[in-house]
Structure formats: structure tokens, C-alpha cells
Design a binder for this molecule. Structure first.
Ligand SMILES: [Zn+2]
Ligand SMILES: [Zn+2]
Length: 254
């Protein structure tokens, strides 16, 4: 599978982008960075987006992706999220005030709504376009769920933002063909208290999470806060676990 990392940071400036990933050009995970780094025609190939949680850095480009899709003659965009996350998106974002609810507006180009929402029950695997999707709850400051994606005998795991957690690692350890795990390390070790308080990981607690993971696949730290990125990178290296990597904004072939 091909993993395009459009954004690998928990903050943004001219050279660092918010969380956004695309697999095989059509399946996105989080939408902090999608429209701002994809051409109009690349956006038209996105068929589905899984949203881990409603924090602004993970949904910034989602209203714009939906809006652009409305003016394209392509099939509807499917938004996946765990049930509790979807309820917040509907109530607080696509509420007709912050942004229209495009699921109720017929596109003049296709005669159908440009977007459809699919709420997922955490722990229950569904199949979409021959890809298995399992949302799994993680431990963040607000309702949040990562996702395990299985396709063509390979699997990839995205936790999204999380503090120390359990369930997604249990599921990961039981999943066949895991080729990569993308989790986070937001703050350096000297800000452990802030990481704990905001339900994020530091390299130190990332290292503790690694011990819960029994699969032999690279485990990437994403969502670094910009001012501390060098410290976080060197602290991840100092874990001396060959699986521990820092996620870069580039294309990976897995
Ligand atoms: Zn975030
Ligand atoms: Zn968050």
C-alpha cells in the first residue's frame, strides 16, 4: 500500500502541516491537511475519510473537501467516524451554522448528496471497497477512536491523538499483516506533565506503549509540536527500539 503523509504535526506553519494521511490515493485518515496539499483532481479521487476525533487540527480541511466535492461530478464522499465522534461533528460542525450539512443537499452534478456519514461502532469491523475498517476507542481528552485498515493482506493502524491506551494495541496484536502503526509523540519528555494532562504521548510514554505492541512493524510518532520537534526526534531515537520512527511528510510504500 502507498501512504501519503500530507501532515505529520500537531501544529502548523509554512513548513509543517496538520494531521492528514491518504492511502492508495482514495482513502484518507484525518483531514487537518487535505485540500491544502491536494489538487482539485486529487481531491476528486478521495472516496472516504475516517475522522479520529473532532479537534480542529484533525478536521480543518474537511468542510472544504466536502465543499469542493459538491462541485465535482464524482461519487459521494463517505465520512467515517466512531458514533460519538460523528455526533459531535453533526452537532458542532455540520450544523448549518459553522458549515452546511451537505448530506442533505443534492449536487447538481450527480443528482445525489455530495457527502454521506457512516457512524461506526468501536470494535466492529466493516468492509468498504474491499477494505476492512475497525474503529477502536483510544484515550484522549474528548471522544476519539483510531482505526485499523486491512487491505490486500496488509494492515495499517492509526491511533490519532491518544495518551496511554490499551484496546487498540490488543486489536493490533491480533491483526494479521500489520505493516505500519502510526501513533503520536506530541511533547518532549520534559513536558510529560502537560502530555499527561492533555492526553497525549511524549517519547517516554511512546516507549511504554511500544512495550504493549507485539507485532514487528515500524511504529511512527506523528503529531509533534513544532518548537520541540528536534528534541522529540532525538528522544525517539534514544529509545533504542528499532521499530520506533518519526513520521515524515513524504510518501511511504509499505
Ligand atoms: Zn491533534
Ligand atoms: Zn486531539
Amino acid at each position: 500500500m502507498r501512504l501519503k503523509v500530507l501532515g505529520a504535526y500537531g501544529a502548523s506553519d509554512a513548513e509543517h502541516n496538520l494531521t492528514g494521511y491518504v492511502i492508495d490515493d482514495w482513502l484518507a485518515v484525518d483531514a487537518g491537511t487535505l485540500t491544502s496539499k491536494l489538487s482539485f483532481s486529487q481531491q476528486s479521487r478521495i472516496q472516504a475519510v475516517f475522522i479520529t476525533h473532532p479537534h480542529a487540527d484533525h478536521i480543518r480541511d474537511l468542510p472544504h473537501l466536502i465543499h469542493n466535492r459538491f462541485s465535482q461530478a464524482t461519487g459521494p464522499l463517505t465520512i467515517f467516524a466512531a458514533k460519538e465522534v460523528m455526533e459531535i461533528l453533526s452537532r458542532d460542525v455540520f450544523n448549518g451554522v459553522v458549515w452546511p450539512d451537505f448530506s442533505g443537499i443534492i449536487s447538481p452534478h450527480t443528482g445525489k448528496p455530495g457527502v454521506q456519514y457512516r457512524s461506526l461502532t468501536p470494535g466492529k469491523r466493516i468492509v468498504f471497497n474491499e477494505v476492512g475498517l475497525t474503529a477502536v476507542a483510544v484515550d484522549h481528552a474528548i471522544p476519539a477512536a483510531g482505526v485499523i485498515l486491512e487491505m490486500n493482506g496488509q494492515a495499517i493502524v492509526f491511533t490519532g491523538d491518544t495518551g496511554p491506551t490499551q484496546e487498540i494495541w490488543k486489536r493490533t496484536n491480533k491483526t494479521q499483516g500489520v505493516v505500519a502503526i502510526v501513533t503520536e509523540a506530541s511533547f518532549p519528555n520534559d513536558q510529560q506533565a502537560l502530555a499527561d494532562e492533555t492526553a497525549h504521548l511524549s517519547p517516554q510514554t511512546f516507549g511504554e506503549e511500544l512495550k504493549k505492541i507485539s507485532v514487528d512493524a515500524p511504529v511512527y510518532a506523528s503529531h509533534r509540536k513544532i518548537p520541540f520537534e528536534r528534541d522529540i526526534e532525538s528522544q525517539i531515537r534514544n529509545l533504542r527500539d528499532r521499530r520506533a520512527r518519526v513520521l515524515l511528510e513524504k510518501n511511504y510504500t509499505l
